[in-house]
Design a protein around this ligand. Structure first.
Ligand SMILES: Cc1cc2nc3c(=O)[nH]c(=O)nc-3n(C[C@H](O)[C@H](O)[C@H](O)COP(=O)(O)O)c2cc1C
Length: 186
């Protein structure tokens, strides 16, 4: 059964993106095993620290990425782009040169924002980086969830049945994508 890590682009405890990630876990087909991989502990990437001085948190995170079969990114938008913490995580596991842990792993992106365009800018900037680290990324359906304040009920579940159904369709498409792009871990 493919193992999938979910990387959440927000460090905020009550993040809408974390709520969306939890809903995507519960709406996923049983063929996927999903778990959240945290990024809050990662120091900023600095090539000077590679080698003997590399932070333990970088090494553990690289091992987590190496071990997974696929990655689901769930992110908000910061100034029309990817939050710095998420970009930092991508940079860390792409280095040192020649040891890009992301390579070949199938990916998908879902974005969420209180704004009307559902973090479109972040979602699409992220796709540019995923190309650079050689991740085949699901093209359709695209998931841009706008109006984040109105999406979840008091228990944190997506309230609207059509939205739930759309997200389930997305997760089924991702499961199919993971199966079609499966490869041995690097
Ligand atoms: C530094 C910063 C920049 C932001 N820029 C945008 C933006 O470009 N577009 C947008 O829709 N929301 C923007 N927001 C608002 C976020 O969408 C909002 O804070 C959201 O709740 C963050 O996602 P989260 O709930 O997953 O943490 C920004 C927030 C911060 C802190």
């Amino acid at each position: 059964m493919p193992q999938v890590i979910i990387i959440i682009g927000s460090l905020r405890k009550a993040a809408f993106s974390r709520k969306l990630a939890n809903n995507l876990i519960s709406l996923a087909p049983p063929s996927l095993t999903l778990r959240i991989a945290e990024i809050i502990q990662l120091p900023l990437y600095n090539p000077d620290l590679e080698g003997a001085g590399a932070p333990e948190a970088w090494l553990s995170f690289r091992a987590v990425v190496k071990a997974t079969d696929a990655v689901l990114f769930v992110t908000p938008e910061h100034n029309r782009s990817v939050p710095a913490a998420l970009k930092n995580a991508i940079d860390i596991a792409s280095r040192p040169r020649g040891q890009n842990m992301w390579t070949g792993k199938p990916a998908a992106v879902a974005s969420i924002s209180p704004g009307a365009i559902g973090a479109f800018g972040s979602n699409n900037h992220l796709r540019q980086s995923l190309m650079a680290v050689n991740m085949p990324t699901l093209a359709q359906p695209e998931v841009y969830i706008g109006g984040a304040e109105t999406v979840f009920d008091a228990a944190g579940s997506v309230a609207n049945e059509d939205t739930r159904s759309f997200l389930a369709t997305f997760m089924n498409a991702f499961a199919d994508w993971v199966e079609r792009n499966a490869r041995k871990n690097v």
